[in-house]
Design a protein around this ligand. Structure first.
Ligand code: HEC
Ligand code: HEC
Length: 365
């Protein structure tokens, strides 16, 4: 089992490395100065460099699509436009608030007509570096993911044809789409809306965390407790799954790989990735979540059942590495996790084009 985990982890590292060499440092929207990699001044730093990667200062690409500034600007508008929902009350930003770590500070999100879905809203920050999207990985990238929520009846509840029609009815969008997709005369389509949203999301990264500063060579960026926590995180096996550029996000793993967690953390009703692959071996398997900015994104787990990060660490110790972690070790690991908070993306709330005479009125049924 352990060998399989490590193998998968090695594959993840290779993947995040190649993802990063492509286009890192291109002009995105980041404001942080790029961290310059210096010599590793201590063994712990050397060991950490083998398992994790520094986030670039800025980013602006999803695999297979080089985003332009015009696409990013259009995507920012669509991301904040509640008219993409049937009720005109819900935008992507409602459940993925960029000012709150890219989540919604709730166990499960409230969508159309106060309905709640079954899972916690994961952060959109750094999601571009995840190997797949959703807790069960059912969307392969941000483009594919963006097609989901608008038409989902318990999220934004817009019928599929309605999304493009609605955007076509808002006069100002025509020119914005034309500018974002020059040389393409097909007008406003759902496909282009998804591309633009994905382009915008790809810029939402959080560079320059204390941990990245440490990886870059600044030995004093982490406190003594945080260094102990990092060592424990690697020695206890947490980093067999939470590794690479996103300290997670690169593979799937069973929640309960060593010991089944309590049903409040892992209810029987949600079998995770099994619903996607129909393989019994994927029962209760979930995408290993990123731990970047983890202090901003409570509550934790796909159920959002845990508000206290220390409790989440303790549950992981037992369920994933088969250990009852001492309070001191939990505190140190948690201190290390605090170092994963990076510079938050500064996004200006976009001014949206005015509704036209044919723009549909909100439907709250
Ligand atoms: C009603 C709340 C809600 C709205 C509105 C919403 N989302 Fe989500 N989002 C969620 C939930 C819940 C999940 C996790 C669902 C799952 O994994 O099955 C999710 C997952 C995601 C993910 C996957 C992240 C990851 O690491 O797996 C991305 C990216 C995302 N949403 C972007 C968007 C975009 C873009 C929009 C607007 C088009 C949007 N969301 C609208 C609640 C919402
Ligand atoms: C075998 C792979 C694996 C190992 C080892 C592992 N984790 Fe996890 N971790 C996961 C998975 C999968 C989840 C998502 C569980 C869920 O919600 O279904 C997760 C979730 C988490 C979360 C909650 C993240 C969130 O956004 O909700 C934290 C915190 C965490 N792990 C920390 C740790 C720590 C600390 C260790 C070591 C003691 C560890 N993990 C070991 C796979 C692993």
């Amino acid at each position: 089992m352990k060998a399989a985990i490590l193998l998968a982890a090695a594959a993840t590292m290779a993947l995040s490395l190649s993802a990063c060499s492509k286009g890192a440092g291109e002009a995105g929207k980041g404001t942080s100065a790029p961290l310059v990699m210096g010599p590793a001044s201590e063994d712990l730093m050397k060991a950490a460099r083998d398992q994790f990667k520094i986030l670039p200062a800025s980013w602006k690409d999803i695999p297979g699509n080089t985003a332009t500034d015009d696409q990013v600007a259009l995507g920012a508008m669509l991301y904040h436009d509640p008219r993409l929902s049937g009720s005109h009350a819900i935008a992507c930003a409602s459940c993925h608030n960029i000012g709150m770590g890219g989540g919604d500070d709730a166990s499960t999100s409230v969508g159309h007509k106060w309905q709640e879905g079954g899972r916690n809203a994961p952060t959109v920050l750094n999601a571009v570096f995840n190997t797949a999207q959703f807790w069960d990985g059912r969307a392969k990238d941000l483009y594919e993911q963006a097609g989901g929520p608008m038409v989902n009846p318990i999220e934004m509840n817009s019928p599929k044809e309605h999304v493009a029609q609605q955007l076509q009815s808002i006069p100002g969008y025509a020119a914005l789409f034309a500018k974002a997709f020059p040389g393409d005369s097909s007008g406003i389509t759902l496909d282009k809306a998804q591309k633009a949203i994905a382009a915008f999301e790809s810029t939402l990264i959080t560079p320059n965390s204390k941990f990245d500063q440490y990886l870059a060579g600044n030995a004093s960026a982490l406190s003594a407790d945080q260094k102990d926590g990092l060592r424990l995180f690697m020695d206890k096996g947490c980093s067999a799954c939470h590794n690479g550029i996103n300290v997670g996000g690169g593979m799937y793993a069973k929640f309960g790989v060593v010991a089944a967690p309590d049903a409040k953390y892992r209810p029987a009703a949600d079998k995770g990735r099994e619903a996607v692959t129909h393989q019994t071996s994927d029962e209760y398997s979930f995408k290993v979540p990123t731990l970047r900015n983890i202090t901003l994104t409570a509550p934790y787990f796909h159920t959002g059942s845990v508000w206290d990060l220390k409790e989440a660490v303790r549950v992981m110790g037992k369920a994933q590495v088969g250990q009852d972690l001492s309070d001191a070790d939990v505190a140190k690991i948690t201190a290390f996790l605090e170092s994963l908070k990076g510079d938050q993306p500064q996004v200006q709330i976009p001014i949206l084009p005015e509704s036209g005479p044919d723009t549909s009125r909100p439907v709250r049924e």
